[in-house]
Design a protein around this ligand. Structure first.
Ligand code: APR
Ligand code: ZN
Length: 237
């Protein structure tokens, strides 16, 4: 259980050139997310859904971690279990910033992975298309593979880890999420201290519940956030 929980969303990777969900731009304009990200997408629109994730996976190869990913990665290295790094992002930019994959909790899945629809085995396929990995079939049981992504309406097993980390959290930090999917208000209310960093106010977030609010780019805010984390953890010792 961590004292400091850093919960991030699409805004953290925006400066690395990955489009957020609720702003316009990129692949999200080309595809209807309700058609390719829904629990029944693989059943109803399999080819389009696989194609959408193949494109996003291949796009990742050329994206680089930004300064905020790097600072968070360094903090995690320094403080270990005192900090939990939890993200709604399915990209691998924390990993590209040098964070071991076991140190990042990916709540909504991980783009470089595919999963068996039958035995649930997970395979890392890097930036490949799904069909270019064993023809799109599981190496263990030969069933169909699918992206290892949590679609709308599907269960998200990693939420259990989120609850676990939050149970002891006293400093809660939110970076780059609209709070539409994970309600951050009640968490901020119960934490001793809390910091919110987004570009602008969001309808789903009551910013008066946070001890500090930074409406600016994550790469601009991260040094101040890091100073607060250092100060907080030093005081705790
Ligand atoms: N720095 C900081 N914050 C930023 C930046 C930036 N450079 N750019 C955008 N933001 C903020 C916006 O102000 C917005 O509040 O990031 C937030 C992005 O919100 P969303 O697009 O809604 O992304 P997110 O909250 O991560 O979405 C949650 O929804 O569709 C699902 O599963 C998907 O994980 C995703 C989840
Ligand atoms: Zn299988």
């Amino acid at each position: 259980m961590a004292k400091v929980v850093i919960l991030s969303g699409a805004g953290l990777s925006a400066e690395s050139g990955i489009s957020t969900f609720r702003d316009s731009g990129g692949l999200w304009d080309e595809y209807d997310v309700n058609v390719v990200c829904n629990y029944d997408s693989l059943e109803k629109n399999e080819d389009l859904t696989i194609e959408f994730y193949d494109k996003r996976r291949s796009e990742l190869e050329f994206k680089e971690a930004n300064y905020a990913h790097k600072v968070i990665s360094a903090l995690k290295k320094e403080y270990g279990n005192k900090i939990a790094v939890i993200t709604q992002n399915v990209d691998n930019l924390f990993e590209k910033a040098g964070m071991p994959s076991e140190d990042v909790i990916h709540l909504h899945g991980f783009m470089p992975e595919v999963r068996c629809t039958s035995c649930e085995s997970v395979f890392d396929i890097g930036y490949k298309k799904l069909c270019d990995f064993n023809n799109g079939f599981c190496k263990e049981c030969s069933s169909k593979l699918r992206p290892n992504i949590v679609f709308f309406g599907e269960s998200a097993p990693m939420y259990e880890n989120l609850s676990h980390e939050l149970s002891d959290c006293t400093l809660f930090i939110v970076i780059g999420t609209s709070g539409e999917v994970i309600g951050v208000n009640s968490i901020a209310q119960f934490a001793e201290q809390s910091i919110l960093n987004n570009l602008e106010p969001s309808d789903a977030i009551k910013d008066s519940l946070f001890s500090k609010v930074l409406y600016t780019q994550a790469t601009q805010a991260i040094d101040e956030i890091a100073r607060d984390i250092h100060g907080y953890l030093i005081e705790e010792d």
